[in-house]
Design a protein around this ligand. Structure first.
Ligand SMILES: Nc1ncnc2c1ncn2[C@@H]1O[C@H](COP(=O)(O)OP(=O)(O)O)[C@@H](O)[C@H]1O
Ligand SMILES: [Mg+2]
Length: 281
């Protein structure tokens, strides 16, 4: 309950969706003043137990979007609400000044820690720590007693099929096993939402399939909301909905578009594209 108390009253709504994003815009301003418009008015709501795949060409802004959805990056405009709590204004509300900005970042980190789990293409496990310690880390950060954090991590590592690998360091695990540890770590604080950015991008086809089955099994078992960025057509096809990101716009993908998502044909927003506007600020 304490993390709910962090939000102001209007941040809490009664029927909470794990994820609601409204009017999300993202610009990058380059050194020479040119402005890249990466996301244009993106809206995305994901309900409990729902799986949404996001497809799009390389450079189309999928990772940027996922980072914004999970509060790892800020949108230029628009808002993101995680389980009824607005994350987009958390830091800003604290006001200016380094100490206050720091407090804002801490508040955002706390929300992220509880509300969302991430699985990236690269596992980002800490190499000096065992699978069990890595999986337990977010629970320790959340302030759980160490014994409880370890119990939760152990249960999850069992659930992802790694009961016999608890004391292995990341470099003593295969690529598929490392990703399973990353999945366990993402779930240790029981977030209602899991965001995965090309989670099987570094795995061979067979291992990928095992990981995909695992993600959907976990979705079913835990009623998780799942957002998957993927180039893998089979994985995208398992989702309830496929959204395609193109020229900064996120739309329901037609079957042809989804099928074309495996093509890596370069940036959607090329250097001379009309969507670039000179930054006049
Ligand atoms: N910090 C940044 N500054 C400027 N441009 C960026 C920055 N981060 C990403 N981009 C650009 O934004 C676009 C989308 O990147 P990304 O979200 O990583 O695409 P995807 O995950 O779909 O391959 C790319 O053209 C990339 O070069
Ligand atoms: Mg990416």
């Amino acid at each position: 309950m304490s993390e709910l108390a962090e939000g102001s009253r209007e941040d809490r709504v009664t029927a909470v969706m794990p994820l609601e994003a409204r009017g999300v815009e993202k610009f990058y301003t380059l050194g020479d003043g040119r402005r890249l418009h990466i996301l244009r008015g993106v809206n995305l709501s994901v309900a409990t137990g729902e799986a949404v795949a996001v497809v799009g060409q390389s450079g189309s802004g999928k990772s940027t979007l996922l980072h914004i959805l999970g509060g790892l990056d800020r949108p230029s405009a628009g808002e993101v609400v995680l389980s009824g709590e607005r994350v987009t204004h958390v830091g800003e509300r604290e006001g200016k000044g380094e100490a206050k900005r720091g407090a804002g970042r801490d508040a955002l980190a706390r929300i992220r820690n509880r509300r969302v789990g991430f699985v990236f293409q690269f596992h980002h496990l800490l190499r000096e720590f065992t699978a069990l310690e890595n999986a337990a880390m977010p629970a320790l950060v959340a302030g759980l007693p160490p014994a409880e954090a370890r119990d939760r991590a152990r249960d999850l590592l069992h659930a992802v099929g790694l009961a016999a690998r608890l004391d292995h360091k990341p470099w003593q695990l295969s690529g598929g096993e490392q990703q399973r540890v990353a999945v366990a770590r993402a779930l240790v604080n029981a977030p209602p939402l899991l965001l995965a950015d090309e989670p099987s991008g570094n795995l061979d086809p067979e291992t990928s399939e095992g990981l995909h089955d695992l993600l959907f099994q976990i979705r079913a078992d835990r009623g998780l909301a799942l957002v998957l960025v993927t180039h893998n057509r089979e994985l995208a096809a398992k989702a309830d909905r496929i959204q395609s990101l193109r020229n900064g716009v996120l739309q329901e993908a037609g079957s042809e578009e989804a099928a074309a998502s495996g093509n890596e044909t370069g940036p959607e927003v090329p250097e001379n594209a009309p969507e670039e506007a000179p930054d006049d600020v």
